[in-house]
Design a protein around this ligand. Structure first.
Ligand code: PDD
Length: 280
């Protein structure tokens, strides 16, 4: 087992990996990324992550890359690291060029990756659920592209940490509940799972998609529609979904207990089913 980095085709120790200071990802946030995990030595939803990567790159009008070459690079690093429960971060920037807002003609995309053992969320959090706060969504209008422009997410997460809670949920100026800093959000009311529809204001989460698929399979009704903070506070259950987050119960939002303030049956079931599928 070795934690490793990949820079434009070369695998090396993470500490030795460097990018030029004029990388546009570094200077402009002109880069896209994915975070993929493995369970028991098998990458989970790799093709879905590649689909989303292609969508993000097309959104920013990056020159397209051969899907096979990106997949090949990911699998090569994954094999070299041999970490059964790995978290792989992949970033593709528009390339390196003298600083200029105008997009350079040919800057040569920079492909970098790191692979490390996943830091699991504490069992206590999974068993008893998390507290979160809400915060105004100050992000830009294309949150459906997975770009590295994560400053609002970083600041919102830090606000949550300072408040002594797990995470922050972005809410629009009109009170629409969007998503958390690195996860999507769902509520359960009268047995129905409700989550924000796929618009430009949220990331099309892969775990969200898997969980909606599980709902269909298990006969749990699910709706993709807008809901506001009032509905969140009044929900029977709430949970986050994400690649690292998996299905994580929320038991408190701001100062309001969700349902009985205990992990509810729908959340518990979806969390268990997701784990089972991922580990299969
Ligand atoms: N974050 N929403 C946001 C803003 C995210 O950054 C993420 C993922 C998700 C969940 O998407 P998925 O189920 O595909 O992981 C939702 C990754 C894990 C990250 O930033 O590291």
């Amino acid at each position: 087992m070795r934690e490793l980095a990949y820079v434009n085709g070369e695998i090396m120790e993470i500490q030795k990996a460097m990018v030029p200071i004029e990388d546009r990802g570094y200077q402009f946030g002109d880069a896209v990324y994915e975070f993929i995990v493995s369970y028991n030595g098998r990458m989970f939803c790799l093709e879905e992550h590649l689909d989303r990567l292609q969508r993000s790159m097309a959104g920013l009008e990056f020159p397209s890359m051969e899907r096979e070459s990106v997949r090949g690079a990911i699998l090569k690093l994954f094999a070299a690291a041999a970490i059964p429960r790995a978290g792989l971060y992949l970033q593709i920037s528009r390339g390196v060029a003298p600083r200029n807002h105008q997009v350079p003609e040919a800057a040569g995309q920079q492909v970098i990756m790191t692979i490390r053992a996943v830091t699991e969320k504490p069992t206590e959090l999974r068993e008893n659920g998390a507290a979160v706060i809400t915060t105004e969504d100050l992000r830009w209008g294309r949150c459906d592209w997975k770009t590295v422009q994560l400053l609002p997410n970083v600041l919102a997460k830090q606000k949550a940490v300072a408040a002594g809670v797990f995470d922050a949920i972005f809410v629009s100026a009109e009170g629409v509940v969007r998503e958390a800093t690195s996860s999507n959000v769902a509520i359960v009311k009268d047995g129905v799972v409700v989550t924000h529809p796929l618009t430009t204001h949220i990331l099309p989460g892969i775990t969200r998609m898997v969980v909606l698929g599980l709902c269909r399979e298990l006969g749990i009704p699910a709706e993709e529609r807008f809901f506001k903070t009032g509905e969140l506070y009044g929900a029977d259950e709430a949970f986050l979904t994400g690649t690292v987050t998996e299905v994580l119960p929320i038991v408190k939002v701001d100062d309001t207990a969700i349902g009985t303030a205990e992990v509810g049956p729908v959340t518990r079931r979806l969390a268990a089913e997701l784990r089972e599928r991922a580990r299969a």
